[in-house]
Design a protein around this ligand. Structure first.
Ligand code: AMP
Ligand code: MG
Length: 421
C-alpha cells in the first residue's frame, strides 16, 4: 500500500509540474509545428493513388495534342458549305478516309471532303466536321457527299490544347493523387511522380487486462481492440501500420518496447497508460528513454489524457486507452500529423453540413465530439450512447460534431459533421 501511494504521488507530481490542459487547436498547431514532411520518393502513377505530390507538375504537352474529330462524319472546309441548304445542297468530292491513330497524308482542298472517325487527327485544310447522320451519299462510283446545311468553322472539332496547354499546372504540391488526377497525369504522358514517403506507424497497446482477440478471455480481462481500429485509421491516412505485442503495465517493459518501436518506425502511437493512474507508465518510460514530452491533456471529450512528444525527428502520440477516446484523438490529432508527414496540403477531415434530426446537447464543461450519423438526406442524429468506452455508437457513427460546453441545440439546427470518410 505504501509503495502504491508513493509511486502514485511521484507520478502525479511529474505530470502536474510541467503540463496544463490545452485547447484542441493549440494541440494541433504544436503537433504540426514539430513536423517536417518525410523525403519524397519517385513512384509510378499506377501506384500513386492517395499519395501526395511533393512538387507541382506542369504539362509537357498540349492536350489534345492535335486538332481532332469529336464525331464520326466528314472533315470539310466550312467555307465550302456556307451556302448549303436543304433546297440547294452542296456536293463535295470524297478523297479518302482517316481514323483514330492514323494521320491523313493529303490536304483537303476546295470542294473536297474526307471520311473521318472520332479521335482522328483533322486532315490539313479541313476546319470542321459534319456528323454522318446529316449527310447523304451519291449513288454509283466514285461516291460524293451531299450536304444540306452549313457548318461553323471548328464545329465538331476538338482543338489542340483546349483541355490543357503545354506548361500549365496539372497538379500542385501537396495535392492528393485521386483517381481523377492520376487520369489527367497519365493523359499528359506522365509515367512517374514524386510523392511524400508513407510514414511507418508503430502501434502499442498497454494494459495488464488486455488479451489478443481470438484467445479465451479469463475473468477480469478484455479483448484488445485499439490496435485494430488504429491500424485501420492509420492506413486510411496513408500510413503503414506496424503492430507490436501487447504491453503489460510495467515501466521497464514499456521503455524497452518504446525503444524498439522508435528504432523501427517514424511515428509511435500508444494506447492506454497515459492517464494519472499509478499504472500509467507511458509518459515516464518515454522520458526515461530520451523523449521530450511536449504536452499532455487536451480540453476535449472524449480524449482528455493525450500526450504528444518528440524523439529526435520521430513522434509519440500517447492516446488514452478507452477505445472511443483512442479513435477520436487519433482522428483529431494524429491523422493530420500523418498527412503532413506525407506532404499533404489539406489536413482537415472532409466536413459536411447537416440538420439535426433530434436535439443535441453537451452539459459538460469540455467540448464534446459527439458521435453522429449523417444520412444521405443530410439529417444528423446521435449514433447512440456517448460514454468513451462504448464502441457500439462508434461503429454506428460516420462522423463527429463538435458541441461546445453548456450547449443545447434543438432539432433542425445546422451542424458541421467531421466525416471519417
Ligand atoms: P487507460 O487509459 O490505460 O487507463 O485505459 C482506460 C480504459 O480503456 C480501461 O477501461 C482499459 O481497460 C481500456 N483499454 C485500454 N487499452 C485498451 C485497448 N487497447 N483495447 C481496449 N480497451 C482498452
Ligand atoms: Mg491502462
Amino acid at each position: 500500500m505504501v509503495i502504491r501511494t508513493s509511486s502514485f504521488l511521484r507520478h502525479s507530481c511529474f505530470v502536474i509540474r510541467h503540463f496544463s490542459v490545452i485547447s484542441l487547436e493549440e494541440a494541433q498547431e504544436r503537433i504540426l509545428a514539430a513536423i517536417q514532411p518525410l523525403p519524397a520518393e519517385e513512384i509510378p502513377v499506377q501506384e500513386a493513388l492517395a499519395r501526395y505530390l511533393a512538387a507541382p507538375i506542369h504539362s509537357p504537352v498540349d492536350l489534345p495534342p492535335a486538332d481532332n474529330s469529336a464525331m464520326d462524319g466528314y472533315a470539310v472546309r466550312a467555307a465550302d458549305l456556307a451556302a448549303a441548304t436543304a433546297a440547294k445542297p452542296v456536293t463535295l468530292r470524297l478523297i479518302g478516309g482517316t481514323r483514330a491513330g492514323s494521320a491523313f497524308a493529303g490536304d483537303v482542298e476546295v470542294g473536297a471532303c474526307v471520311r473521318i472517325f472520332t479521335g482522328a487527327m483533322l486532315p490539313r485544310g479541313a476546319d470542321a466536321v459534319v456528323m454522318q447522320e446529316d449527310v447523304k451519299l451519291t449513288e454509283g462510283q466514285p461516291v460524293s457527299i451531299i450536304f444540306s446545311e452549313m457548318v461553323k468553322p471548328w464545329e465538331n472539332v476538338r482543338l489542340r490544347g483546349e483541355d490543357i496547354r503545354e506548361k500549365t499546372l496539372l497538379a500542385g504540391a501537396g495535392e492528393e493523387l485521386t483517381a481523377q488526377r492520376l487520369s489527367l497525369l497519365a493523359g499528359a504522358g506522365i509515367a512517374a511522380v514524386r510523392a511524400g514517403r508513407c510514414p511507418v506507424v508503430g502501434l502499442l497497446a498497454t494494459g495488464d487486462e488486455l488479451r489478443e482477440t481470438g484467445s479465451v478471455l479469463p475473468p477480469g480481462m478484455i479483448y484488445e481492440s485499439n490496435r485494430t481500429g488504429l491500424s485501420a485509421l492509420a492506413r486510411q491516412a496513408g500510413a503503414i501500420p506496424k503492430l507490436y505485442p501487447l504491453l503489460a503495465d510495467d515501466l521497464v517493459l514499456t521503455k524497452r518496447a518504446l525503444q524498439a518501436a522508435f528504432r523501427e518506425c517514424d511515428v509511435v502511437v500508444t494506447s492506454g497508460g497515459v492517464s494519472v493512474g499509478e499504472m500509467d507508465w507511458v509518459k515516464q518510460a518515454f522520458k526515461e528513454m530520451g523523449g521530450q514530452l511536449d504536452f499532455w491533456t487536451v480540453a476535449i471529450r472524449p480524449g482528455k489524457p493525450f500526450a504528444f512528444g518528440q524523439h529526435g525527428e520521430k513522434l509519440l502520440f500517447g492516446l488514452p486507452g478507452n477505445p472511443v477516446s483512442a479513435l477520436v484523438t487519433f482522428f483529431l490529432l494524429t491523422r493530420p500529423a500523418l498527412l503532413r508527414l506525407q506532404g499533404a496540403r489539406e489536413l482537415r477531415p472532409p466536413m459536411s453540413w447537416g440538420a439535426l434530426a433530434e436535439p443535441l446537447d453537451n452539459r459538460g464543461d469540455r467540448r464534446h465530439f459527439a458521435r453522429v450519423l449523417l444520412d444521405a438526406d443530410g439529417r444528423v442524429s446521435s449514433a447512440g450512447r456517448q460514454a468513451s468506452h462504448m464502441l457500439s455508437s462508434m461503429a454506428q457513427a460516420n462522423g463527429l460534431v463538435d458541441v461546445p460546453p453548456g450547449t443545447t441545440w434543438p432539432a433542425g439546427t445546422l451542424v458541421a459533421v467531421l466525416r471519417w470518410n
